[in-house]
Design a protein around this ligand. Structure first.
Ligand SMILES: Cc1ncc(COP(=O)(O)O)c(C=O)c1O
Length: 486
């Protein structure tokens, strides 16, 4: 874009935004089964948007200048604490920031001889790796049970060292939607004098409603002995606009470890509860309004429909020949793979009569549905992930029909065809010797258009990534990002 010489009218700008968004996936309607959370109640999203807009220009940087921020934040954090076992909290921009603050607090609460370490199940969100990367910790990866996909307490125990400052459990972990044995893991951590963080980013504002609606949900929150902090995203199952999460600490002293203040310069005094300093109070307003607009009854009703949809979806997938649901998810996240695929091979088609899930995902997308592909990792096979939300129930039959059609189409097409030698070529690439343009050209030479828009065919890209080790996948992904932004 070049900056226009003369300012443009609002109408013109909005028309341009509409044009820019033409190829975006729809954020409402339930056909996009990741990234977005739809209540199916437009008036709730409208209330959130208006409150967001109302708070847009308020800067949370200085709570003495804008007391509305303190009051609103106390109400939002208070609601989360009431539901999840108490504690004192911070409103943050998302799960990653909540986790970052929990890790910082744990690091600063305990001085270690060596580099501080964290015991993190392999199914925990990469936000822990990101926090470790930013904050100078080492991650000790903890395996999960290959059948249930839950972190094994004995492996967590084995991973704890003298320098461990934090142990992590998820409720649920994202990939298969299963809840780690929080009480046992937190008990082990407490016995060793180590804090335990429960990542309830996805489940914190979901599991209590599912429980009330009749699901069997084990205790997972701050009321569990040994749990010292917990993250809960309101921009997921709280249905708030993006930019809304809460991190809770059992001990207010631990919350202070998450804060940052600086008086080491001649400017205004800096006191920050979050990673960001200046930031809009819009997301806080949006989250506050969503909670108020839905209320207890609204969330319980959403919990009921979500539970019904998740059960119907699981039962329906189990009936589609060639597919199987992974694990026994208690939450509303459902992952399914190719039947008979025990992991490690690209797309889940080792024996020739399974279904390549990456092709399946492309076929669903052609039919207007986004089903999220997940790569194989740590012995867990490649699979498709669906986040069931409040609006899913209305379209669950249509979703199952599309999955069944996409399976048939994927069978007919066969697994993604990789040009001979492509994986070896990518694995051996000296990325530092290639600039972004050369990387883009190389990709298009093998039929992968990185600059394309519309409905991209991702099966080949996913199959190549799937065949590479994690560190190589990461290097390629970073280059991919750089190319699409060049
Ligand atoms: C379990 C879990 N933790 C953390 C996160 C990170 O959240 P965010 O994308 O809001 O930073 C996610 C996101 O999907 C998640 O599922």
């Amino acid at each position: 874009m070049s900056l226009p010489d003369k300012g443009r009218s609002t109408e013109e700008l909005l028309a341009e935004i509409t044009r820019l968004k033409r190829e975006d996936l729809p954020v409402r309607g339930g056909k996009v089964t990741a990234y977005v959370y739809d209540t199916g109640r437009p008036e709730v999203h409208e209330a959130a948007a208006r409150a967001y807009f109302e708070m847009l220009e308020v800067n949370t940087l200085d709570p003495t200048a804008f007391p509305s921020v303190v009051e609103m934040e106390k109400q939002v954090v208070g609601a989360v604490a009431d539901l999840l076992g108490g504690g004192s909290g911070i409103f943050t921009s998302g799960g990653t920031e909540s986790i970052m603050l929990a890790v910082k607090a744990a690091r600063d609460a305990r001085k270690t001889e060596g580099r501080p370490r964290m015991a993190v199940p392999v199914t925990a969100h990469p936000a822990f790796h990101k926090a470790a990367h930013y904050l100078g910790l080492v991650v000790d990866a903890v395996p999960v049970d290959p059948v249930t996909f839950r972190a094994s307490p004995s492996d967590v125990e084995a991973a704890i060292t003298e320098d461990t400052v934090l142990v992590v459990a998820s409720a649920p972990s994202y990939p298969q939607g299963v809840i780690d044995p929080v009480a046992r893991i937190a008990g082990i951590a407490a016995a060793r004098g180590v804090p335990c963080h429960v990542d309830a980013c996805v489940g914190g504002w979901l599991l209590p409603w599912l429980r009330e609606a009749g699901a069997d949900i084990p205790p997972f929150d701050l009321s569990v002995p040994g749990v010292t902090s917990l993250s809960c995203d309101l921009h997921k199952f709280g249905y708030a606009p993006k930019g809304a999460s809460v991190v809770l600490f059992a001990d207010p002293a631990m919350r202070r470890r998450a804060y940052f203040a600086s008086a080491s310069w001649p400017g205004y005094t800096v006191i920050n509860a979050t990673v960001q300093s200046s930031k809009s109070a819009g997301p806080l307003g949006g989250a506050w309004a969503t909670l108020q607009a839905l209320g207890r009854e609204g969330y319980l009703e959403l919990g009921r429909t979500t539970l019904a949809a998740a059960r119907e979806l699981r039962a329906g997938i189990a009936k589609i020949p060639g597919l199987r649901v992974l694990g026994d998810p208690e939450s509303a996240l459902v992952a399914f793979g190719s039947d008979g695929d025990s992991g490690g091979d690209s797309g889940g088609d080792s024996d020739g009569d399974g279904v390549d899930v990456f092709v399946l995902s492309d076929e669903a997308r052609r039919r207007g549905w986004f089903l999220q592909p997940q790569l194989s990792y740590a012995g867990i096979p490649a699979n498709i992930h669906i986040t069931v939300t409040g609006v899913t129930l209305r379209g669950v039959e249509a979703m199952l029909e599309v999955i069944a059609e996409a399976v048939e189409a994927a069978r007919e097409r066969g697994p993604a065809k990789l040009p001979e030698g492509l994986v070896e070529l990518v694995a051996g690439l000296d990325l530092d010797a290639l600039d972004d343009a050369a990387f883009g050209e190389l990709a298009s030479a093998v039929g992968v258009d990185l600059g394309g828009s519309g409905q991209p065919e991702m099966a080949v890209v996913n199959a190549v990534l799937d065949a590479l080790p994690a560190d190589r996948r990461e290097a390629i992904l970073i280059r991919f990002l750089s190319v699409i932004y060049s």
